[in-house]
Design a protein around this ligand. Structure first.
Ligand code: HSE
Length: 375
């Protein structure tokens, strides 16, 4: 599986490290090396169809501030000419236009590449168009890390809870705001808490997106589209941020055994982000940078998840889960399309990757024996 990474900041670098870390697992599970063949940041790119050293990319970026020696004027030109299977699009979010991330995703899908992204702008603005384009080109577009970072939510709702009717999702989807509000609970001023959240690397490049509720609104729109099958954009979300929450309001909530939290809420008809009073001890009263969500289902009842909403390895772990899902799907497709045969040298006839065992969905004794022997 050949991967091109667009965006080589914290998340892109984290993903390269995670890929290095899980290299052996991936090649054991799939008999296929997941190799980075290209990486691009805002100034430069590097491309080598033979594969690039993930840790080498990280150290080049750290030492020189650039991931590659080549400059570019148009990222989509580079992507159009490169040969790869999956685009990992992790460039900075642009909530207003979708930015370069949107162009990169469209370009990859048009060239029939699968896409993994955590870039919220394109998904919150053009979700339906992107999914239609992916379908038309028989591509997979996955985006688990775009909502809640490492907290599993999208694939949980669309895959594990597939048979449920999901009635509502209410949650804390912005670690920066939750950090600020938790610190205000303890008497710390807003500005100081924001500065700390920025130092922790949680806040967006422009923290206005966090504190005005725009980041949460993107996530709410993504959930509405992907889980509820709605056709909404960021502009449809009713948004109130946390900038007008005073120390007095926080103290008054505390005197009633409550806390104020920025809550995103999605139902079939509702689409809101705003500060809410939450009783202390309620799952949505959590403190710090954690994200959490309560998914209300018709059969299973409430399902609550919680996890780290951002971070280098944390977000990269969500990208890895999408990559595994894509590799799983593509390998199964291979199994269905090709007759059963074993490649002792581990090379596919088309040379595209390494597959040790392929079949026609027939799990014969021999197939099982061979596969087990290879694990
Ligand atoms: N700025 C976001 C947050 C990062 O604070 O949660 C993840 O989207």
């Amino acid at each position: 599986m050949r991967i091109f990474i667009c965006g080589f900041g914290t998340v892109g670098q984290g993903f390269a490290e995670v890929l290095h870390d899980r290299k052996e697992f991936l090649s054991k599970r799939f008999g296929d090396d997941a190799a980075i063949v290209g990486a691009m940041d805002s100034k430069s790119y590097v491309y080598d169809p033979a594969g690039l050293d993930p840790l080498g990319l990280v150290s080049t970026k750290r030492d020189s501030g650039r991931v590659g020696a080549s400059a570019y004027a148009d990222s989509t030109k580079v992507l159009s000419e490169a040969d790869y299977d999956v685009l990992v699009e992790v460039s900075p979010t642009d909530v207003k236009t979708g930015g370069v991330g949107l162009k990169n995703i469209v370009c990859a899908l048009e060239h029939k590449k699968d896409v993994i992204t955590v870039n919220k702008g394109p998904l919150a603005l053009k979700y339906r168009d992107l999914m239609d384009l992916a379908k038309k080109n028989d591509c997979l577009l996955r985006f688990e890390g775009s909502v809640g970072g490492a907290m599993p939510i999208i694939n949980l709702c669309t895959e594990d809870l597939m048979g449920e009717k999901i009635i509502s999702i209410r949650g804390i989807f912005n670690g920066t705001c939750n950090y600020i509000l938790s610190k205000m609970d303890k008497g710390q001023p807003f500005d100081q808490a924001l500065k700390e959240a920025q130092q922790l690397g949680y806040a967006e490049t422009d923290p206005t997106n966090d504190i005005e509720g725009y980041d949460s609104a993107c996530k709410v729109a993504i959930l509405a589209n992907s889980v509820f099958g709605r056709n909404v954009t960021f502009d449809d979300v009713k948004i109130t941020g946390i900038t007008s929450i005073t120390d007095e309001a926080v103290a008054m909530a505390a005197s009633r055994n409550m806390v104020i939290r920025l809550i995103g809420e999605v139902t079939d008809t509702k689409l809101e982000v705003g500060p809410r009073l939450i009783p202390k001890g309620h799952p949505l009263s959590i403190s710090g940078t954690l994200n959490t969500a309560q998914i209300l289902t018709d059969m299973a009842g409430p399902v609550t998840v919680s996890g780290r909403g951002a971070g280098r390895k944390e977000t990269a772990s969500a990208i890895l889960s999408d990559l595994i899902a894509i590799m799983d799907k593509r390998h199964r497709a291979d199994e269905q399309d090709l007759p059963l045969r074993y490649h002792p040298q581990g090379r596919r006839p088309d040379g595209r990757g390494v597959v040790l065992l392929q079949g026609q969905g027939r799990d014969t004794e021999e197939a099982r024996r061979l596969r087990d022997g290879l694990r």
